[in-house]
Write a protein that binds this ligand. Structure first.
Ligand code: SF4
Length: 348
């Protein structure tokens, strides 16, 4: 446990807090020149500085392996730039857009797929740029859902967030406003009356909460989630499958049970993207499928997320199994696998 009065943002802060030894300073200064650092007091309190495998520390404390890039990695792994018609907007699917009003986050995750784009220096959208995004959305009646992401939209000032929600709420064809955030977990004090009132809308507002390990869901985080849900906003979860952090069936089971017990629907388990310097976090897809197979027998359907991959290059998100049904040799017959791994022939 590290008692930090404020968010830790510099390598020197991490050394002073006993999170990393001084000998690693030169390497980690090089990491910090390239990728932002931020560890909120809530996350600092959770991590064990004496344990190099601590699943909270590994998510936020920089590592020199971030300087090693493998061939398949890409600064824009899911093709945001390819599908960005104007600054701050990504339009990948006909019925939805991503709106990115700010590039700042309360923490900087070492595996972030937008790590080349996020950081405290990354400017947010100006009022004129934001107005251009609203004009774009207004002009495209097919846009049914707006996903506000970034960065983390819940670190915007409530007044600014309220303006965004209010403006989107005036666009008839926008039915759903979804906010992707880590704030309720990593900085739960931000979930206060002002922020909740900023999220108020006649449209269907959803929160997609990013959390990767059951230890992240502290009492304060649980209370922040309860406040959001009590204000009429459903929460779904998204989790990144991370080697050495949550690639373990018992850890994932505990995380998904915790979500459901808080009335948060497990939504996505992401195969980690090919972001630069993140190879040490990635599992194989085989390993992810095996975890999902084992979860099928341990958890009810309510607690099962979809295991998904964002196809590198920006071709969209797809479920990546595991498969339970394969064609059998006899036409009209199928071979189906049960949760114990037994095969059955069925017709259909
Ligand atoms: S909070 Fe989200 S956008 Fe920000 S660094 Fe973490 S994964 Fe990336």
């Amino acid at each position: 446990m590290v008692d930090a009065p404020a968010t830790l943002r510099r390598v020197g802060d991490l050394i002073a807090a006993g999170l990393i030894p001084n000998e690693r300073r030169a390497d980690l200064d090089r990491v910090a020149e390239r990728y932002a650092i931020a560890i909120t007091p809530e996350m600092a309190r959770l991590l064990d500085p004496g344990d190099p495998t601590d699943p909270i520390a590994r998510q936020f404390v920089p590592d020199r392996r971030e300087l090693d890039m493998v061939a398949a990695e890409n600064a824009d792994p899911i093709g945001d730039h390819t599908h960005s018609p104007i600054k701050g907007l990504v339009h990948r699917y006909p019925d939805r857009v991503l709106l990115k009003p700010s590039h700042a986050c309360p923490v900087y995750c070492r595996f972030c797929f937008r790590r080349e784009m996020v950081g405290p220096g990354g400017e947010g959208l100006t009022s004129a740029e934001l107005a251009a995004c609203f004009d774009y959305i207004r002009a495209k009646p097919a846009i049914w859902e707006v996903v506000i992401t970034g960065g983390d939209p819940l670190i915007l000032a409530p007044r600014r967030l309220a303006e965004i929600i209010e403006t989107l709420s005036t666009i008839d064809h926008v039915a759903v406003i979804r906010l992707h955030t880590r704030v309720p977990v990593v900085d739960p004090r931000r979930i206060d009356t002002a922020l909740l009132s900023a999220l108020r809308s006649d449209k269907a507002v959803f929160v997609a909460l990013h959390a990767n390990h059951p230890r992240e869901i502290t009492d304060a985080a649980a209370q922040a989630c309860r406040l959001i849900i009590a204000s009429g906003i459903p929460i779904v979860s998204q989790t990144v499958l991370l080697k050495g952090i949550n690639d373990d069936v018992a850890v994932l089971e505990a995380l998904f049970r915790r979500f459901v017990s808080l009335r948060i629907k497990p939504y996505y388990l992401h195969q980690a993207d090919l972001a630069p310097g993140t190879a040490h976090f990635r599992t194989t897809i085989d390993a992810g499928q095996e975890l999902m197979r084992r979860l099928r027998g341990r958890l009810s359907g309510l607690a099962q997320p979809h295991y998904v991959l964002d196809i590198p290059g920006g071709y969209g998100k797809v479920p990546i199994g595991p498969e339970y049904l394969t064609g059998a040799e006899t036409p009209g017959c199928w071979e189906v696998l049960d949760y114990l791994g037994n095969h059955h022939q069925i017709t259909g």
